[in-house]
Design a protein. Structure first.
Length: 363
């Protein structure tokens, strides 16, 4: 099926859609390094620049398109960002909707941060967006998916707005449709077993940011939340799933690994330290953390985001971390794409039984 990719970044969604069988004929992103990464791994069909300037070129080549997919910039909607619908980057959800209306594909997928699909603050905007798609002739719904249920060792939640060309007044049952495509992930330990020890072999690109202990920790029930260290880098749960990888990795926001746990099966220093404070002990004074603690490497972030291990990222290390953090996990993209393409090929779309036209959270 012929597809167009918008706001493509380094190609996380595109890897998944290609694997599912989509033929991507045109893609776009504004980030030059991300475009070079895309070219090196997926193809030269990506156009680098402002989508508003490139729409005339897109419309010239967009003939008989089956799918449009992409993830418009999310900083304006993210709880980690400005939470401002007037953020210039927020307008691109409407750019996406405009392009869908103009090209009129059989189906579309628009990915974004969980907050856009969950927060009461964004409910009026959600309803307006969904109504815009419905008025363009699509049955549409949205669903929040956790990457760890789709073969990604990361508890990363994202919202997907999914529409199918159909003028009937029904609502797709996305939860029922996606269920067969769930694949529980490996743990971080299992996933990282394909890599050599940090700093060696296929795992050389280490992050150098120092790790220091904060004398004023913010405590949470879990040692993998709160703040035990200065900066926003959180510990990685090695025998579970990693928290969301941020686009701000590279400095003191890069997640933290306990090497003695990962490589030698030793007791977990972070969990022990967290327990000692929760039991009434005094936090340590400001000091450099034990040497066994280090930052996540570039290659480890690539694997945790479920990119192919040999995926070639272009640009500086900070740019590469940003591209990885901004990406949709490839395996999550593959699950969504497989569900979408199978539905179109089988011409069967599950719907919410006896439901009037309404828009509600289904995940």
């Amino acid at each position: 099926m012929k597809a167009i990719s918008l706001f493509s970044g380094a190609g996380g969604l595109d890897v998944g859609f290609q694997k599912a069988g989509a033929d991507i004929i045109w893609a776009n992103d504004f980030d030059k390094d991300a475009c070079e990464t895309y070219k090196a791994n997926i193809g030269n069909h990506i156009r680098c620049g402002d989508i508003d300037h490139l729409k005339p070129n897109l419309y010239q080549v967009a003939d008989d398109i089956d799918l449009i997919f992409g993830g418009p910039p999310c900083q304006g909607f993210s709880v980690a960002g400005k939470m401002d619908s007037n953020d210039p980057r927020s307008k691109h959800i409407w750019t996406f909707a405009e392009i869908v209306k103009e090209i009129n594909p059989k189906a579309f997928v628009m990915e974004n941060v969980k907050a856009l699909g969950k927060l009461k603050k964004w409910e009026p905007l959600r309803n307006e967006l969904l109504e815009t798609f419905r008025n363009a002739g699509y049955i549409v719904n949205f669903i929040i998916l956790n990457s760890s249920e789709f073969n990604v060792p990361q508890a990363r939640e994202r919202v997907f707005f999914i529409g199918f060309k159909d003028n009937s007044k029904i609502v797709p049952d996305l939860m029922k449709m996606i269920e067969p495509y769930k694949v529980k992930s490996q743990t971080v330990r299992e996933a990282l077993s394909v890599l050599d020890k940090a700093g060696t072999g296929n795992n050389k690109n280490t992050a150098k940011a120092k790790i220091t202990i904060t004398p004023n920790p913010i405590m949470r029930k879990s040692p993998y939340a709160g703040m035990l260290f200065n900066g926003l880098g959180r510990p990685v749960k090695i025998d579970g799933f990693c928290a969301t990888l941020p686009a701000t990795m590279g400095g003191n926001k890069t997640p933290i690994i306990d090497e003695e746990v990962l490589y030698n099966g030793k007791d977990n220093w972070i969990e022990s330290y967290h327990k000692s404070i929760m039991d009434g002990g005094e936090p340590l004074p400001y000091q450099v953390a034990p040497k066994r603690l280090r930052r996540l490497t570039v290659q480890e972030a690539i694997v945790i985001q479920s990119f192919p291990i040999d995926y070639q990222f272009m640009g500086s290390q900070s740019s590469i971390f940003k591209q990885i953090g901004n990406a949709v996990p490839c395996n999550l993209g593959y699950a969504v794409a497989s569900m979408l393409l199978d539905s179109l090929n089988n011409e069967k779309i599950e719907t919410l039984v006896n439901q009037p036209v309404q828009f509600r959270l289904v995940g």
